[in-house]
Design a protein around this ligand. Structure first.
Ligand code: FMN
Length: 360
């Protein structure tokens, strides 16, 4: 497919350069599985499989072997995405907060991922976990200059290695977990992309790292002109989530996608996630009850998080179960993460439609 690509920055992530400087963000549980990631990689972007909870829908899972099944399911997902996009750039998104994080990283490398994108905590030890796979590009997700500096300095000092890119996701508009600790920081303009991207770009340039560490902007990007505005601030790539959740290729149930099409601005709420940080989601009946102080009594399905308020004191809910329910399209009980742009989803589109809109 030939699209006009003049004047776009080139997004080089280590040894991997997609045709277009666009990453489809990892979306768990299984919102971005092999089907979506494969389609995006085939269209010329970076297609990302979210590693969290892949066991839930896998033939390897027997109800007792969640961790083992996750690893096998991730390798299966990589093989499936690769079959769709043999020459495409395929990433795996791994959340640092997961109990079995190290296993996900190893499985991603062994399964043939080109890129690992890692957030929900700072991936301080990622180079050590991937040392036998030097071709895998490593891209931390950060939300502030301080976090970017910490990542660069720590990797340089401990491993003599630099990040191959930095996804800068700020909380103002993004879907899923938001990279700040307090709810009041979510709307703080100091944490907007317009504030943080130029700071990080300037820092990398001062350090002589502007060429080797591309900055990728994430959160609230919906149009070509949003993207161009961020390139003008020095970003060399963009990462989009919500827009891709509402595609034919998205791995979630059609009922999940329909909830995005039906969503109105006022349906989007901020919650305190069991991980302990704010998240943005649709106000499903389940989330409405949670916001009113109702707490769950369902069992913790797998001890999947290193820090979980539900596991600790039962003051929230089992996030793995709620995300699995959303993936299956259960509106009553699901946690439907979404960006605040979700009300702009008017119909279920194809991945190619989105690429045409951005790059034609
Ligand atoms: C349904 C959903 C699930 C998400 N899950 C994850 C995840 O598992 N890991 C992660 O790092 N980011 C996750 N995100 C964030 C996305 O990768 C992406 O960075 C973000 O959605 C970008 O903002 P946008 O939705 O406004 O485009 C999720 C977002 C959504 C909408």
């Amino acid at each position: 497919m030939n699209r006009e690509i003049a004047q776009l920055p080139q997004l080089r992530l280590g040894k991997h350069t997609p045709l277009y400087p666009l990453i489809q963000g990892g979306m768990g549980v299984k919102i971005s599985g092999p089907r979506l990631a494969g389609a995006v990689a085939r269209a010329g972007g970076v297609g990302t499989i979210a590693s969290v909870g892949l066991a839930c829908d896998s033939p390897h899972y027997n109800g007792r072997n969640y961790f083992e099944a996750n690893v096998l399911a991730l390798k299966d997902a990589l093989a499936e995405a690769r079959a769709t996009a043999p020459d495409g750039v395929i990433a795996v998104n791994c959340m640092v907060a997961l109990t079995d994080y190290n296993d996900h990283i190893r499985a991603a490398c062994e399964g043939g991922a080109d890129v690992i994108i890692s957030g929900a905590g700072l991936p301080l030890k990622l180079p050590e976990l991937t040392q036998d796979h030097p071709d895998v590009a490593l891209v931390p997700i950060v939300s502030s200059l301080k976090a970017a500096q910490l990542m660069v300095r720590r990797w340089q000092k401990s491993y003599g290695r630099l990040p191959d890119g930095l996804v800068v996701e700020t909380p103002l508009h993004a879907g899923g977990h938001l990279g700040v600790t307090k709810a009041e920081q979510v709307m703080d303009p100091a944490f907007s992309l317009e504030a943080v991207i130029p700071e990080i770009v300037a820092y990398l340039e001062e350090e002589g790292l502007g060429e080797s560490i591309p900055v990728i902007a994430a959160g609230g990007i919906w149009t070509r002109s949003d993207m161009d505005g961020l390139f003008a601030l020095g970003a060399r790539g963009v990462q989009l989530g919500t827009i891709f959740a509402c595609t034919e290729e998205c791995d979630a149930s059609p009922r999940f996608k329909q909830a995005f099409v039906d969503a109105k601005e006022e349906d989007v709420v901020l919650i305190k996630s069991p991980v302990g940080i704010p998240g943005r989601a649709l106000k499903t009946p389940f989330i409405a009850r949670y916001l009113e102080g109702d707490v769950e009594s369902s069992p913790c399905i797998a001890n999947c998080l290193t820090h979980c308020s539900y596991k600790k004191d039962r003051q929230s809910f089992c996030i793995a179960q709620a995300l699995i329910d959303a993936f299956k399209g259960n509106w009553e009980r699901g946690l439907y993460f979404c960006g605040d742009n979700v009300s702009r989803c008017k119909k279920i589109r194809t991945v190619d439609d989105i690429f045409d809109e951005f790059f034609k």
